[in-house]
Design a protein around this ligand. Structure first.
Ligand code: UD1
Ligand code: CA
Length: 455
């Protein structure tokens, strides 16, 4: 087990987001920013995570749930003060504390693992992750001495003109020896341009004591970007979408138009599945192999088998087995299970229902709260009447039943195996096995009706 624990700073308001929602709960790539950071820390081998909350503390705590411990920083007195809030929880830790910010959704487990490994290898008391920024404005600058080693970090607002010309910046991500961190934080003052307790001052304090401090440079500054505005959030969104699409393509998924394909970070897609343009795969959706998904499909939290075809479909919180055909203009709602080889055609909505193997609903149906057997044929326009304005009731349809076009099945009602229903029927009583139900007025012919009317 690694000795790595993580502190994530997430107390700030994020003023520039102009939002009621705490900044770290804004989503990019379908996942909140702080969730990306928690996941990256776990992927790097962190065994324990503490999140420092402040603005919107309750909301952040609720979103994190039991994935991390939370401590509230009542007043935001600076990054050093923020980390100090974790002392009651982590003061006895003997290993490494990694400090991250909650607004850096592009961090990867690999990058944090590299930081941690190099920190341990170097035997440093503190290691900072640095990045070369095209525009370093606003960042703390890395000041190195003549031999190339890190001397200290100077904040933009405290820096001289010469120091501001440095493009190597503090990413705000560090590894510390736990004991050295808390001992040094006690010595940090707020004697600076912002009147804040700066976490980076810990490096200077350790250096003064003759301790080893170290720096690891990120290969790509993009991975360390902090998000402060909606514009930057949209930038992160683009990068996360691109990364996910590239990852899936590398694993054998065809994505016809990556620019119009939006796949959340935790979605899984099997080999040789082809994704057509304008497709959204969200939440914890899992799709099997050799499927054809899209164009214009939105799947949220779906479990989808192999060789499924779907186009122009919205489906959420449902299970679809192998070789199902969906579309076009289909809505599959929560708690629905479509068994193997089911065919759902044009303009069909299904909710809270089980549909048996090989059953067909080719056109214009609404199925709610229904258990359907195998090989049922629902004629065009047939539907379940599941709601009387107060309560919902279930419909049961047996194997091999045949429901004629434009029938209403008024629940609670049962159609037994091999039951037949004549087109246009409104069914209120059980249809027995192998029986035919006709529930409509008989046709009447009035001869020469037109001539009589026109007299
Ligand atoms: C900080 C670093 C700077 C670095 C930059 C990288 C300091 C003093 N400076 O500057 O060297 O280049 O990050 O992005 O650390 N926070 C709290 N409580 C506080 C203050 C901040 O939780 O009291 C959180 C914020 O919510 C944010 C993070 O800490 O997630 C960084 O704080 P911020 O004020 O944005 O620091 P910067 O000025 O960007
Ligand atoms: Ca600041």
């Amino acid at each position: 087990m690694s000795d790595l624990v993580t502190v994530i700073l997430a107390a700030g308001k994020g003023t520039r987001m102009k939002s009621k929602l705490p900044k770290v709960l804004h989503k990019a790539g379908g996942k909140s920013m702080v969730q990306h950071v928690i996941d990256a820390a776990k992927a790097a081998g962190s065994k324990r995570t503490v999140v420092i909350t402040g603005f919107g503390s309750e909301q952040v705590r609720a979103a994190i749930g039991d994935q991390a411990e939370c401590v509230e920083q009542k007043e935001q007195l600076g990054t050093g003060h923020a980390v100090l809030q974790a002392k009651p929880l982590l003061g006895d830790e003997k290993g490494t504390i990694m400090v991250l910010c909650g607004d850096t959704p592009l961090l990867t487990g690999d990058l944090l693992k590299k930081l941690y490994d190099e920190h341990v290898q170097a035997g440093a008391k503190a290691t900072v992750l640095t990045a070369i920024m095209p525009d370093a404005t606003g960042y703390g600058r890395i000041i190195r001495s003549a031999d190339g080693s890190v001397e200290r970090i100077v904040e933009h607002k405290d820096a001289t003109e010469e120091e501001r010309s440095v493009r190597e910046v503090n990413s705000g991500i560090y590894c510390f020896d736990a004991q050295a961190l808390f001992a040094s934080l006690a010595k940090v003052t707020n004697d600076n341009a912002q009147g804040e307790y700066y976490l980076p001052d810990v490096l200077w304090i350790l250096k003064q004591q003759g301790e080893k401090i170290w720096a690891v440079a990120a290969d790509d500054y993009e991975d360390t970007l902090g998000i402060n505005s909606r514009l930057q959030l949209a930038g992160a969104e683009k990068i996360l979408r691109r990364r996910k699409n590239e990852e899936l393509m590398a694993e054998g998924v065809t994505i016809m138009d990556p620019d119009s394909t939006y796949i959340d970070a935790d979605v899984k897609v099997g080999r040789d599945t082809v994704i057509y343009p304008q497709t959204w795969l969200e939440g914890n959706t899992e799709i099997g192999e050799e499927c054809e998904i899209g164009p214009s499909v939105r799947f949220q939290n779906m479990k989808v088998g192999n060789r499924v075809t779907g186009q122009f479909t919205y489906a959420h919180d449902a299970v679809i087995d192998d070789e199902v055909i969906l579309g076009q203009f289909v809505h599959i709602r929560p708690n629905t299970h479509l068994s193997k080889k089911v065919k759902i055609g044009n303009f069909v909505e299904i909710k809270n229902s089980n549909v048996g193997e090989g059953t067909k609903l080719p056109h214009l149906s609404y199925i709610g709260d229904t258990d359907m057997g195998a090989r049922v044929n629902m004629g065009c326009g047939s539907l379940t009447v599941n709601y009387d304005g107060k309560k919902k009731y279930r419909t049961t349809i047996g194997d091999d039943a045949f429901v004629g076009c434009n029938s209403n099945l008024v629940a609670p009602v049962t159609v037994e195996d091999h039951g037949y229903i004549a087109a246009g029927s409104t069914i209120t009583d059980t249809v027995p096995s192998k029986g035919l139900a006709i529930a409509r007025a008989r046709q009447v012919i009035i001869e020469n009706w037109k001539d009589r009317r026109d007299q």
